[in-house]
Design a protein around this ligand. Sequence first.
Ligand code: URP
Ligand code: ZN
Ligand code: ZN
Length: 467
Amino acid sequence: MAFDKVIRGGNIVTPSGCFTGDIGITGETITALGSALDAGGATVIDATGHHVLPGVLDVHVHLALPFMGAVSADDYRTGTRAGARGGVTTLIDFAIPAKGGSLADAARTWHAKAEGKSLIDYTFHICITDWEHHKDQIKGMVDQGFTTFKEFMIYESEGWQSDDRAMFGTLELMKEYGTMLLVHAESSRVLDELIARHHTPALMEKFGVKLHRMTRPNFIEAEAIQRAVAWSEATGGQLYIVHMSTAEGANIIRAAQARGVPVLAETCVQYLVLEDSVFDRPDGHLFACCPQLKKPADMDRLWRGLKAGEVSVISTDTCTFTRDQKAMWQGDWTKIPMGLPGLETLLPLTYTRGVLRRRMTLEEMCRKLSTNPAQIMGLAPRKGAIAIGADADIAIIHPTSTMKVEPATMETNADWSPYEGWELAGFARTTLSRGEVIVDNYRVVGREGRGKWLPRTTAGLAGAARA
Ligand code: URP
Ligand code: ZN
Ligand code: ZN
């Protein structure tokens, strides 16, 4: 077998174990695994003393998203460069219809955002924001290669909110088509009530951004997850709870899975490493995201949920806003564009705070960042594995050498970072996407626009990746 590239002598990480060896790559594909592979005339990439991981899939990303009166500041150029630097080789964004627009229009709009700009491969979850209008369009989107759909239980003012009728009806269709519904679970009416009770000039003057913490107690998420789970249980439709942030949520998912409900959950890395005391900082408004950051007990429960299996995936919910954009709040916490930068630091944070602090093994990290997201989202066996026949999407990281998080030196368009000053290991020394080196010696070298859209079929969707 003639190779174009051989990755030599690294610690190759798979979900079932690590071994020291070589990876042979021909064109875009992994064609051999072994030791002392004959490189012939191939380019040899020395990985000795490094971990060699399957490229990371960040399956919850918003690039150039119009939201809360702003447009999120990482687009497909900066966002995917940031991802590559953090070993991310595939992302899934959310195509959200404009008011009155169709699902197909939303997909077209998102294709146009990505084409010519994306450095890495991508696809979209299709958001259902108007059940009556969209329900008959879902099958057409499945036929176009979109197999995951999304509903928001909040964001009425954005025109995105779905009610129980929509969730119930969509889950029935998910069951019929063999597709999956992702849900942003927060209890809108009680949340509206808590916000209304606190939205007074006197309280805003007194508490500022702390009102974000005060108006989103854990039951806001827990009640909504419970309700979405009830509709999944009633219909048998596959459900996936996005960005789960609470201990209560993890308990509900665990119990539901134990009685056979087809529900999976992801958390985001910020819910594992940041606590809600950040809202006490003078720049606390920068940290407003939705759901909001929670308490150490929640963080601890989510880490345990990753280990035990009820939390299947770690993603980022990247939705970057600059300091200027965040400044739009002017003292009213309901006007802060919500979201955090994330793609660049997903792997470094998970590796440094998870693996190096012994909260998870390398193999478990591989499952939560690569294997499970690829399987759950219908991208396996092409993505998410170091295996013969898979795309040669690979991240090579040094086990211990750290870099300080400094926004000025990062690829993201954010001019701040929630992790500023943190010393993190796990930035990619080398990233390969479909056999091409796109990060070399920690610097992005790949060509803008080379990333490809990934069509999916329902045959690829595996709903049981809980380990
Ligand atoms: O704060 C966030 N997460 N912004 C993006 C929208 C969402 O709910 O995912
Ligand atoms: Zn959300
Ligand atoms: Zn999101």
